[in-house]
Design a protein around this ligand. Structure first.
Ligand SMILES: Cc1cc2nc3c(=O)[nH]c(=O)nc-3n(C[C@H](O)[C@H](O)[C@H](O)COP(=O)(O)OP(=O)(O)OC[C@H]3O[C@@H](n4cnc5c(N)ncnc54)[C@H](O)[C@@H]3O)c2cc1C
Length: 309
């Protein structure tokens, strides 16, 4: 088996797409690649007061959803737009916002307008480029492509949260012939961190948390269980009062939770905490987020300073 010479990918300067790695790093002549498809969302004030989702069908043949979101909001999405430019430079354009508003307004009793929008966000789907006519039609399935011209190189195109374990196991199955000592698939019945409770046990777990930590508001207890499951108990530890959770950053975000996110979930900035690990940014002011950023920078510098070791 011939060895490949693979140079490190410059992660710090740009996001490398799988096709960049295949062609520019592994130097394989391949026509396979990804199609970048932007999906944008709008978040509005709560448009309905039940906990079910709507799926709407549009005259363009697409569907969009309206989902109850973070208790006081409604999430409407998404779009399918071919994305040119860097994946990190992504935002919901005015055109996409108007498209989603007009689409949803066809179904709600009252039109949904820009005044209802409190936040927008977008992501880029790196889909396998199957040459489909439109971004909507491009396959959402992942594709695993094994190149054995040299040492085995497995290229992974696409992927979804709902199928990531299946993807990982399929990937290992493709590589097992080269690594016979690989462990057989084991993830089917293993819970995610904090997920070791019955799927219909959220209310019971929330009640248990509220009873153990009676100073939590119902919103706070519910949020902790939704975000952390059984790990919420560890985060709150032995606290007997709200003050024991340390600094209060607003919207029920406390120092105990921030420290957990920094040490266990690799959060380094306020944006990681209030947008990527939670959506508390919807409830915090710019000043509160700035204060959190300062706190985290300070905590990080103390953690790495020799004095703290
Ligand atoms: C519009 C859209 C709709 C989708 N819909 C669905 C769906 O309905 N169902 C489904 O199952 N999946 C869906 N997906 C796919 C799903 O979101 C992804 O598969 C999933 O988020 C991938 O998770 P991840 O943790 O691997 O990567 P990500 O969620 O992308 O997380 C990577 C994180 O790393 C950070 N990061 C990147 N580079 C660096 C760096 N150099 N240093 C530090 N941090 C860095 C990023 O900021 C990001 O927070 C959708 C994706 C998009 C874009």
């Amino acid at each position: 088996m011939a060895a490949r010479s693979i140079k490190p990918v410059p992660w710090s300067t740009r996001a490398a797409l799988v096709e960049d790695v295949i062609r520019n790093v592994a130097r394989i002549n391949s026509s396979e690649g990804v199609r970048l498809v932007r999906g944008s969302h709008i978040v509005t004030k709560r448009l309905f007061d039940h906990d079910r989702c709507y799926f709407f069908q549009g005259s363009d043949g697409r569907i969009i959803f309206a989902i109850p979101y973070e208790q006081d909001f409604t999430l409407i999405g998404t779009t399918d737009k071919d994305h040119t430019g860097a994946p990190k430079d992504v935002h919901c354009t005015d055109e996409e916002q108007d498209y989603l508003l007009a689409f949803a307004s066809q179904y709600f009793a009252k039109p949904v307008t820009r005044d209802d929008v409190v936040w927008t966000y977008s992501g880029v789907r790196p889909l396998y480029n199957d040459g489909a006519k439109s971004a909507t039609a491009a396959t959402r399935d992942y594709v695993l492509s094994l190149d054995t011209t040299g040492a085995p190189l497995l290229n992974v195109f696409g992927g979804k949260i709902t199928t990531y374990r299946r993807l990982a196991e399929s990937a290992l199955a493709k590589l097992t012939p080269y690594f016979p000592q690989a462990k057989p698939a084991w993830t089917a019945r293993v819970t995610l961190p904090g997920g070791d409770f019955p799927h219909d046990g959220v209310a019971a777990l929330t009640a248990k948390l509220a009873a153990q930590f009676p100073f939590l508001t119902p919103y706070h207890a519910g949020r902790m269980i939704r975000a952390y499951g059984t790990e919420a108990f560890t985060i709150l530890g032995k606290a007997g009062t709200a003050e024991a959770l340390g600094e209060d950053f607003g919207a029920t975000l406390t120092e105990a939770e921030v420290r957990w996110l920094m040490t266990r979930e690799y959060a380094t900035t306020a944006a990681d905490v209030v947008w990527r690990r939670s959506k508390l940014g919807l409830r915090l002011t710019a000043d509160q987020i700035t204060r959190l950023d300062r706190f985290m920078a300070d905590a990080a510098s103390r953690a790495i300073s020799p004095a703290a070791e």
